[in-house]
Design a protein around this ligand. Structure first.
Ligand SMILES: [Zn+2]
Length: 127
């Protein structure tokens, strides 16, 4: 039986798409890992935040700890931190940046555990 691994469009976590056995149609429900992620799907504000992350990393030109990114973008309240973390993970899933932990790139960014650092793809300098 076919199991398709999808990544959530909100939090970037991989999840198995069991519903595809029954229907080939890609419905809204197959894009998100949970009802919570479906409710908090990325908005224009989140897309703008993704761009701010890329801009900040381009300026830094090095690995930046997630905590430093929170400070630089002034996103230190809990809901803002969650938005930032999800933005970073979505960007990593798209290959726009890399999440580093213990000296290695996370191959499943949606499952990356904190603390981690981030760098633009191709950036070699350690912070
Ligand atoms: Zn999710």
């Amino acid at each position: 039986m076919e199991m398709i691994l999808r990544c959530c469009r909100t939090c970037a976590r991989p999840f198995s798409d069991r519903a595809s056995w029954r229907s080939r149609q890609i419905s809204e429900s197959l894009r998100y890992c949970s009802a919570g992620c479906r409710r908090t799907k990325p908005t224009q504000r989140d897309r703008a935040l993704e761009q701010r992350v890329l801009d900040a990393l381009a300026v830094a030109d090095a690995h930046v700890e997630l905590k430093e990114l929170q400070e630089a973008l002034k996103l230190q309240a809990t809901p803002d931190k969650t938005r930032l973390e999800r933005a970073v993970k979505r960007l990593a899933l798209r290959g726009a940046l890399q999440i580093w932990r213990n000296g290695r790139v996370e191959v499943e960014p949606g499952n990356a555990r904190k603390p981690f650092s981030v760098a633009l793809a191709g950036s070699k300098r350690e912070a």
